[in-house]
Structures are given as C-alpha cells and as structure tokens.
Design a protein around this ligand. Structure first.
Ligand code: NAD
Length: 488
C-alpha cells in the first residue's frame, strides 16, 4: 500500500480539501494505494501552474531541439523502469503482464517518436497576388486539459502528453480515477528528466468534480478527451462555453468481417484477439464478428474450441491470458448486457457468467462470452459493451456484410479477412471507420493516425496528424512595398 500525491507545478501535493481515494487491485479487491481526490481548487492550482509555465515560464523560449531531448530522456527513464511500470499497470488495471509490458514499450516509443518530431514542425511560404512575403508558422495552442480512461493507463498518458509537449504546449492531465498510479510514476520521471515546473501537471480525481472542473476551466485552451461517448458529449458541451478547441476519442462497436476465402486459422485467432485482448476493454475491439454464412458453422466451432483454452487469472500470473475487468461497476455493466443478450433471440455459445473457481471470488472476472446469430439491430450489437462479449452476425453477400458493418452509431475501427486483395480493399474502402486492418486486428502504430468517424469522435491522435491537433496556424504577411497604401 502506497500513499501517492498529485503533481502540480513540479511539486507533490495532497488535495486542498485533504480528500483521498482508495485504489483497488481488480484481481482480488485488495487495496493497492491511496491517491488525492482533487477538487475544483486543485484544478485551479494545476491550470494556473500550466498557464504560468506557458505564458511566462522557460517553456515559452525553449528550443524545439531541447523539447525533443527532454522527450527522449523521458523515454529512457520509462525503459529503465519498464518492469516496475508494467507490474503497476497490471496490478491496477488487471490486464495480463505481457500486455502491460507491450504498453510500456509502446509508451516509451511514443515519447521518442514525438521527441523526433519536435524539430520537424514546419510552416510554409505562400505565393500571394501582392508584393508581400507571406508565410505560415505553427505555434502551440497553450494550456491543454487532457482526460484519459482506465484501459491503457500509461499508454493513454503517453499518447496525450508526447505530442502536446513536442508541439510546445503545457498540460494538465487527469488519469482515470480507477487507474492513476502509472501516470503518477510518470510524473516522477517527468521531474527527473528536467521538464520545467508547471509544464506537466498530473491531477487525480473523479469525473466530477475534477474532470468537469478541468473541462470548464477558462484557463484551458484545448480539451483532449478519451473515454465514453456519453462523457465525450459533456466534454464537448463544456468546451462550447468559451469555444475551447476539442478532440474526442470515444467508443466503438467495430466490425470484424471474415470472408469465405480468409486464411481460416489466422482469422479464427484474429477474431479472438480482436475481442478478448484486455478483456474486451478496448475502444477498437472487434466486438461484431461478421461472418460469411457459408463458413459460419465450422468457423464458430473453431472459435468456441479456442475460447475454452483462454486461461483466466490475475494479470500478474504469467500463465494468464485474460484478466479481470477493471472494477465491480464495469463488471456489473458487462453482466447487464449479457443478461440482455440472453433474453434476445441470439444464442449463447459459451461463457455468460463468472468463473466458478473460488480463487476468482474476490476479482471482477467475467468469462469470455460469445453470442451467435445476433441481430445487428439488437441492443448487444449496437451498444458498446466494453467487455469480453463477442456478437456473431452471419452475412450472405459482400454488400450485406458492408451494410451490417456500417449500421452502427460508431465508426472507430474495422477489419476484413480475405486472401482476395481486390475484395479486401474494395470492402475496406467502404467501411465508415478511421482505423482499419486487412488480415490482422489491433496492431497500433505511433506513426499512424488514430481516431474515429461518426460518434466515435473527431480529431486524430498519433502520427503527424496527432501533432497537428496541438498546433495553431498563423499567417504572417510582410509588406515589401516602400510606398504607403494611401487608402484615405
Ligand atoms: P469515461 O468516459 O467514464 O471516463 C473517461 C475519463 O473521463 C475518466 O478520466 C473520467 O474520470 C472522466 N470523466 C468522467 N465524467 C467526466 C465529466 N463529466 N467531465 C470530465 N471528465 C469526466 O470512460 P471510461 O469508462 O474510463 O473508459 C471507457 C470508454 O473509453 C469506452 O467507451 C471506450 O471506448 C473509450 N475509449 C476510447 C478510446 C479511443 O481512442 N477512441 C481509447 C480508450 C477508451
């Protein structure tokens, strides 16, 4: 059990009101740590620190090269502590250690990627119909408020901080109230790396009042949010008041389409990885398996057989393939959808309950669950469950597969499995989604833009696109005529 403090203006602080929150290990309900529970006064402090650092602090004049070097240093520090950080994310979030290790490496890579990009923020010169030297420069937006969910605690912090800092912004980041620990460890590394005080502030607390206070704060220039669509709407509404810039990365109900000519084994494995990695708590999860009717029976049988082999357990056990859900609330939400599914016309093929073994009793485990012959219009096919629940939906023709895939309020991700590259590309081109794969599911690259169509949000993270989200664009015009214009 460790008592943590928040990180505001380069210092470790308790909440002004003295309030704290218990942080729980979801695999066994044990108390892991205690963190401050920020209120509006703490958010004021954090935003004021970020404002000072941006408006008058050393961050204003630091060169892009030095910003990049700081990001490289941070990546090094993350690598030095990678085992510790991975264990911490596993204990706090529940995911298998192998997944946390991957996240930590990816987080370090993300800081390095943007460390390199810091010196590649270029404007352009313009050809205008006047004797003018006209050009465009890109400048940081200012103070950004960043709010992240619990499914990738360290990695989501990296996705937010790395591009914002590379572009020269100052940040107030609020991790999820369920999983703040690795972000606070990251804060210690930010201090050790030598970022000036106030450039990064990490505040811990719930959606309300802490998150809400950050979204409503007049000292914040831009809000960047990853989380559920309902909360995303609230963030956008708050941003409307003073027209803050806003980027939203929200939920999904992504289609994973398997054609008759797919590599059978690869597609079976891909269908499972698409939905069961991180216990299905992935925004881009392939939660709708849209399967060619002609191979449906054989495919589903193989999927179910492999699902039986998924070993549940605490993430910290190296044998574990699937950990618990993040919280009791999340489990109740997932179980609620499973009950809705059981009452629908869909057929429950496997799972649908909690594992029976006594050793799972105190953790928030749910068995990997598959519903077959799901109607795409039904609730379990339309709502984001955010748990290990797969909906199987058969199709008869390519057009029908595309129609089913796009019949969703979301448009985050999607995949097609087919060895016919013409067909695969033809279908991918018609998917209304921002992240797509052919003959694979889930690979995520720091270099590639991440974000959704429709109600999955707008704006893009990662890649050069992610950097642009943190930049303002300014035109500068220099008059080259000596004579005055003499309008009057
Ligand atoms: P959530 O929306 O409940 O919470 C996300 C964050 O918002 C948390 O830090 C929370 O404290 C904060 N928050 C809650 N209410 C708030 C308010 N009124 N004002 C400001 N902040 C508030 O989401 P969650 O349950 O933590 O995460 C799951 C959701 O995140 C899923 O819907 C998932 O699809 C989505 N997600 C999306 C992506 C993506 O890139 N598109 C990535 C990961 C997760």
């Amino acid at each position: 059990m460790k008592d943590y403090r928040m990180f505001i203006n380069g210092e470790w602080t308790t909440a002004r009101a003295g309030t704290t929150r218990d942080i729980i290990n979801p695999a066994n309900s044990e108390l892991l740590a205690r963190v401050p529970e920020a209120g509006p006064a703490d958010i004021d402090d954090a935003v004021a620190a970020a404002r000072r650092a941006f408006d008058s602090g050393p961050w204003r004049s630091i060169t892009a090269l030095d910003r990049g070097k700081l990001l490289f240093k941070l990546a090094d520090l993350i690598r030095q502590k990678s085992d510790y950080l991975a264990e911490l994310d596993t204990l706090n979030n529940g995911k298998p250690l192998v997944e946390s290790k991957f996240d930590v490496t990816d987080a370090a890579n993300c800081f390095e990627y943007y460390g390199g990009l810091a010196t590649k923020i270029h404007g352009e010169s313009l050809t205008v119909p006047a004797n003018s030297f006209s050009f465009v420069v890109k400048e940081p937006i200012g103070v950004v408020g960043q709010i992240i969910p619990w499914n990738y605690p360290l990695l989501m912090a990296a996705w937010k901080l790395a591009p914002a800092l590379a572009a020269g912004n100052c940040c107030v980041l609020k991790p999820s109230e369920l999983t703040p620990l690795s972000a606070l460890e990251l804060a210690a590394m930010i201090k050790e790396a030598g970022f000036p005080d106030g450039v990064v502030n990490i505040v811990t607390g719930g959606g309300s009042p802490a998150g809400q206070a950050l979204t409503e704060h007049p000292g914040v220039d831009k809000l960047v949010f990853t989380g559920g669509t309902v909360t995303g709407r609230k963030v956008m509404t708050a941003a409307c008041v003073d027209l803050k810039r806003v980027s939203l990365e929200l939920g999904g109900k992504s289609p994973n389409i398997v054609f008759v000519d797919a590599d059978f084994e690869a597609a079976v494995d891909g269908a499972l990885f698409a939905i069961f990695v991180n216990s299905g708590q992935v925004c881009s999860a392939g939660s709708r398996l849209i399967i060619d009717e002609s191979i449906h029976d054989r495919f589903i049988q193989a999927v179910v057989e492999k699902t039986k082999r998924i070993k549940l357990g605490p993430g910290i056990d190296p044998e574990t393939k699937m950990g618990p859900l993040v919280s009791e609330t999340q489990r109740a939400r997932v179980e609620g959808y499973v009950e809705i599914g059981k009452k629908s016309a869909a057929k429950l093929l496997i799972g649908g309950g909690r594992p029976g073994d006594k050793k799972f009793e105190k953790g928030f485990f749910v068995e990997p669950t598959i519903f077959d012959n799901v109607d795409n219009k039904s609730e379990i096919a339309q709502k984001e469950i955010f748990g290990p629940v797969l909906c199987v939906i058969p199709f008869k023709s390519e057009d029908e597969a595309i129609a089913i895939a796009n019949d969703s309020p979301y448009g985050l991700a999607g995949a097609v499995w087919s060895t016919n590259v013409t067909r695969a590309l033809r279908v991918i081109k018609q998917l209304r989604a921002g992240i797509t794969w052919i003959n694979t599911y889930h690979p995520t690259y720091n270099e590639a833009p991440w974000g959704g169509y429709k109600q999955s949000g707008f704006g893009r993270e990662l890649g050069t696109y992610g950097l642009e989200e943190y930049l303002e664009i300014k035109q500068i015009n220099i008059n080259l005529d000596e004579a005055p214009i003499a309008w009057y």
